[in-house]
Design a protein around this ligand. Structure first.
Ligand SMILES: [Zn+2]
Length: 440
């Protein structure tokens, strides 16, 4: 089936100036991109008139815990260390709640222009319910699970051995990798060194190599937790990950705040991708992410919204803005992280960090038709010569009009076409009113 998106505007990938765009899609793939009007080719071709609105690649959110949408607003004023203990003790969802909470997160992400998530599902026994919700939402997803085999700080001890944890990851790959025409892929995910043994880190690398998939892990997020590595392993967290063989170009390291200069060099040397989550880092006082240093060293930086129980949002445009602002104030250099740089972080850099055979994050023939349409003009998005800057510093997810994944319109003119949003909201509101067990 062919689909034509006509009469849009988009950014030139070199100059970032806007130009007209018409996009022809066959099934799930972009087959032609043109500045001039394309003739209607076939009688069964479906045509969407974009009426001058702005088309950008679907955004890649490279670190989420979507089921945490039910924790939004409950744990606002806790520091990371206390937040981790509280989440471990209180944030326990039933299977139905896990499905609903994840679907709610997906709806918010989709309506904010995200088309791909790197989801670290934190649902324990209800992992399948979380992944099913993502699959049903229509999002593209690289999924893994937050799983460890060592007691972190004052958290409750894990109830699984190293081998059992690795079996969960292996089974997850067996059941989900490549499902939904390849829209769902799986990654190996020791949750983070503070909650893992050396054996699990080494086993995770072996499993990733055996299955030919990447690795996703939290890294150097909290000051106290990062310091614990010196007590346990006699070196920094990143140095331990290197010693245990985890680092490599297929490795996504999430947060990366409490880094030594040697840690930064190792991350650059091993060509790891870093995923920065600025709302979480500021809201639960993780610390100031040293992204400008890593950027200057050539590290690939992508952006994640993290879980709503710590960040409060799945809006990638808000996160990108915050990445830029934090970089500026951290270095006191006003030209750090201009709009074009953070735009790349949530598109092409995200693609590089996730992989997906390099076929998302750009609008060109041969790529997946994952597209986000932004309303233009709007009071804060008028001057077309400065539209990139205005998109990053003035727009939010509510400016997103329409979203396509795999060439299918999941949202058109703010209406979800494949989900009954009103019923979903009504059912979830009812569930949340009865979810007092999550409260502190
Ligand atoms: Zn996280």
């Amino acid at each position: 089936m062919k689909t034509l998106l006509k009469n849009g505007i988009s950014f030139d990938p070199q100059t970032y100036q806007v130009k007209p765009i018409h996009i022809l899609i066959e099934d799930d793939e972009i087959i032609n991109v043109s500045e001039t009007q394309m003739e209607k080719l076939l009688t069964d071709e479906v045509v969407y008139d974009l009426k001058g609105n702005l088309v950008i690649p679907g955004l890649l959110d490279c670190h989420t815990h979507l089921s945490q949408s039910f924790g939004r607003g409950i744990y606002d004023n806790l520091h990371l260390t206390q937040w981790l203990v509280t989440m471990s003790n209180k944030f326990n969802l039933t299977e139905e709640e896990s499905y609903q909470a994840t679907l709610l997160g997906c709806v918010e992400a989709l309506k904010s222009g995200t088309t791909t998530v790197a989801e670290m599902a934190s649902a324990g026994p209800h992992l399948d319910a979380c992944i099913q919700a993502i699959a049903d939402s229509g999002l593209r997803a690289d999924v893994c699970t937050a799983i460890g085999d060592y007691q972190e700080g004052e958290n409750p001890p894990p109830d699984m051995t190293t081998d059992q944890v690795l079996d969960v990851m292996r089974n997850m790959h067996k059941h989900w990798h490549g499902m939904y025409d390849g829209r769902i892929t799986v990654r190996v995910s020791p949750v983070g060194l503070p909650a893992c043994t050396e054996e699990l880190i080494r086993g995770s690398r072996d499993l990733a190599n055996e299955l030919g998939i990447g690795i996703h892990t939290h890294c150097s997020e909290g000051e106290t937790e990062t310091q614990d590595a010196y007590t346990r392993f006699g070196c920094s967290e990143v140095e331990a990950l290197e010693k245990f063989g985890l680092l490599g170009p297929d490795c996504q390291l999430v947060h990366d705040i409490w880094l030594t200069e040697h840690d930064k060099q190792l991350i650059a040397e091993y060509d790891c991708s870093v995923v920065t989550c600025p709302s979480t880092n500021t809201k639960i006082t993780d610390g100031m992410p040293p992204m400008p240093d890593l950027y200057k060293m050539g590290v690939n930086i992508a952006i994640g919204c993290d879980g709503e129980a710590s960040s409060g949002t799945y809006d990638m445009l808000q996160e990108a803005r915050l990445v830029s602002l934090l970089g500026k104030v951290h270095t006191m250099e006003a030209d750090v992280f201009p709009a074009e740089t953070v735009y790349k972080m949530m598109t092409v850099n995200g693609r590089k960090s996730i992989g997906f055979d390099a076929r998302v994050g750009e609008i060109k023939p041969g790529f997946k038709a994952d597209l986000t349409i932004i309303q233009y003009p709007a009071p804060h998005l008028i001057d077309e010569r400065r539209l990139m800057s205005n998109l990053i510093f003035s727009a939010t997810g509510t400016d997103v009009l329409s979203v396509f994944v795999d060439g299918k319109p999941l949202m058109w003119q703010r209406e979800l076409l494949h989900l009954d949003e009103q019923k979903i909201m009504a059912d979830i509101l009812q569930t949340m009113r009865n979810a007092d067990h999550l409260l502190i």
